[in-house]
Write a protein that binds this ligand. Sequence first.
Ligand SMILES: [Ca+2]
Ligand SMILES: [Ca+2]
Length: 375
Amino acid sequence: MISFQPKAQDFRIVSILLFVSFAASNCNDHEKYRGSKDDPEQSSGDQAAREDIDGMVWIPGGRFSQGALAIDTHALDHEKPAHEVEVDGFYMDVHEVTNAQFSKFVEETGYVTVAERKVDWEELKEQLPEGIPKPHDSVLKPGSMTFMKCHSTPLGLQDYSQWWNWTAGANWKHPKGPDSTILGLENHPVVQVAYEDALAYCKWAGRRLPTEAEWEYAARGNQNDNVFFWGNEASDLKNFANTWEGEFPVRNTLEDGFERSAPVRSYAPNAFGLYDMAGNVWEWTSDWYSTDYYQNLKEKGPAKNPKGPKTAFNPSTPNAKEKIIKGGSFLCHASYCASYRISSRMATTPDSSLEHLGFRTVTTVNMRKDKKQKN
Ligand SMILES: [Ca+2]
Ligand SMILES: [Ca+2]
């Protein structure tokens, strides 16, 4: 979902551009955390008395090398250079937020997700390259991006419009389109949630999204020399992650048992007890995406609790600001980006909702104190 370059102004392309759409007005939450090397919200984390929080695990603070290992032959340029990072301790959901959990949030709040709202063309076109014509009104109905297998081997894997479609009526309750349902998928991760939807859930739950550094540190589980959280053997993939097996995006051999999302906890956890930190669904983080961020961190030396760049920057998508997503999904395959690797990262606009993108939450000792004081 990154670095999209329009190739033709046809219906299909315009449809895909729709997820580079209206500005997310509520996506600056990470600003309040940035720039403080001794973040008061987190600084007492490792020393404080900790509690048992249902569905969460304590991630002890520590220092690690963020970014690609030298032995990682799949690493993309934006995973380099590796750089030293220290994070304070925090609590993290052991699994991705599920449909059942998100349903409870919606039932209590009446929240309506981005994918369920009417599309405003006047707002949308501000985010698009000049000259993109207004699509037919039928395309501007509420909807979201869905995956569709190709009938035959596609002409290269650069143009993902070959397997992604804008589908009117697709949303978190109908993740594959209006005729699909989440009945029976209560224990699967919620998908088709935009960044502001994830933030709204976090606010309701008294949580926040992890920073990219927190997410990667948690995924690594102190396995500092490993490309994958389970080691360096890609052949073990099916035991630890729900990804794509066979020929992507044409044929799935289902060696791991699932073609799309799997129930959370279906695969072995990492060393911190976290499930699906590789595969199943991508997960939002609070960091903006900037192509020069890792190099800047490397030059400045070890970073403590980094919160991402101040502003988003990607020369491939100059009209769109993007957020970092982590962990890969059920669509990941070695022929594409092998994003089940710990250092993998992708970026997408905050208003994107996708069939393979969800989130998990974190909290800190100080956030717990604040919450108790308010109650
Ligand atoms: Ca699978
Ligand atoms: Ca995941």
